[in-house]
Structure formats: C-alpha cells, structure tokens
Design a protein around this ligand. Structure first.
Ligand SMILES: Nc1nc2c(ncn2[C@@H]2O[C@H](COP(=O)(O)OP(=O)(O)OP(=O)(O)O)[C@@H](O)[C@H]2O)c(=O)[nH]1
Ligand SMILES: [Mg+2]
Length: 203
C-alpha cells in the first residue's frame, strides 16, 4: 500500500447523507482530543490532511480519506461535554448511523489516551464494539507524554480498567516520536488485503 497518496474525499454531518462504501474501510473512533486526526496525518506523512486542533470537538463531521484502495474514516470525537444537547444528539446519530450502516468496515481503531484511565464514554464504546462483534483494535495515544514509570503503570492498569483488554490488539502510539506508526500501517495492510488476493494466497 502506498501511504503517500492519500486525499480527502468527503465530509458528512448527517448519517442520512452517508453514501454506500466502495472500498474496505478503517474507521477511527475515540473521545474528542485523543488524537484521531493527528494519527491519520501521521499514517499518511501529512501535516494538514486531517484538521487538528488543541480545542476539543474540532472534527464535527465524518471525514473520508482515500488512500490506494482503502477508505479511512475520521469519526467525530465523543465525550465533549460543552456541546449542546441537540449537537450531542446529532453526533450520536451520526456515529451510530455510520457504524450500523452496511459497508465493508474492516476495523474500528479505538483511540484511548494512554495517560488516563478510560472514560465512561470509552468503556461504552468498547462495550458497543464487543456487543456488535465489530472488529476493532485499541490504540493508546500520546505515549510520548509519559515517562518510563508512568508508562509501565498505565500498561499495568489498563487490563484492570477495560474488560478483556488482554485479548485485544493494542498498539502504543505517539505522533511525536512515531512510535507505533509502522505497526498500525502493517495491521491496516493485513486487514484490508483485497478478498481476491486473500483467496489466491490461501491456495
Ligand atoms: N504529545 C502528543 N500530542 C498529541 C498526540 N496526538 C495528538 N496530539 C495533540 O492532541 C490535540 C488533539 O489532536 P486531534 O488529532 O485534533 O484530536 P482528535 O481526536 O481528532 O479530536 P476531535 O477532532 O475533537 O475529535 C492536538 O493538540 C494534537 O497535537 C501525540 O501522540 N502526542
Ligand atoms: Mg479530529
């Protein structure tokens, strides 16, 4: 997969606007400010493809990016308390509408801030993904902000905080140091192999 040819293709603010998917998809979910847009830029070696902001709630629409034969989907962050009730309703409808629509969604990458215990919203998202048997992997973000001791502490704490954490595919990630970027690219390449190629490889 050529990671250097990504382009922004569309943004949607309502689930009713979402077109059917044409390609295998990878979606990025997680609370606001956890680093979804930053991670997308890092994967594609770009500075400003996905818009990043220090102010939570930057990505209010579902944004689609195309790279090679794979569609990447930046979902609006959840858990942004200052958003008005009507906005919250729209966001929930948008995220649920996307996750429940019929498309070739290969995996949801659920980003969780490595510095802190998961929020209530994070745990709800984990529950939702497990209940619906959605394929997903966890990305622990902002690893650069922890020293060695804190890092070890958090890695020991997560299995106690998140049910079945030890069975999950987990990547420690930092957009600052680049830690985890290659692992994520490899994971995405593995799960988005075109179906024809997969069956060829098996025979
Ligand atoms: N130190 C550090 N900062 C990061 C990392 N990833 C993201 N950030 C910072 O965190 C802030 C939020 O990043 P975004 O990528 O906009 O977060 P988001 O999840 O897309 O947020 P929403 O669009 O609001 O849902 C920005 O200031 C980023 O520079 C990381 O790995 N390390
Ligand atoms: Mg964003």
């Amino acid at each position: 997969m050529n990671w250097n040819i990504a382009e922004f293709t569309a943004a949607y603010g309502l689930s009713s606007q979402l077109p059917a998917g044409k390609h295998p998809e990878i979606a990025f979910a997680g609370r606001s400010n956890v680093g979804k847009s930053t991670l997308i830029n890092k994967l594609f070696n770009r500075k400003n493809l996905a818009r990043v902001s220090a102010v939570p709630g930057k990505t209010a629409t579902i944004n689609f990016y195309q790279c090679d034969t794979v569609t990447f989907v930046d979902l609006p962050g959840y858990g942004y308390a200052k958003t008005a009730k009507s906005e919250l309703h729209r966001w929930r409808d948008l995220i649920n509408g996307y996750l429940q629509s019929d498309r070739d969604l290969r995996a949801v990458l659920l980003l969780i801030d490595m510095r802190h215990p998961p929020t209530k919203d994070d745990l709800q998202m984990v529950d939702f993904l497990m209940d619906t048997e959605m394929p997903f992997a966890v990305v622990l973000t902002k690893a650069d902000k922890l020293n060695r001791t804190q890092r070890t502490q958090r890695l020991e704490a997560f299995p106690k905080e998140i049910p079945q954490f030890e069975d999950m595919n987990v990547t420690v990630f930092s957009s600052m140091t680049g830690e985890g970027v290659q692992d994520l690219r490899r994971l995405i390449e593995e799960i988005t192999v075109p179906v024809e190629m997969e069956s060829e490889q098996e025979t």
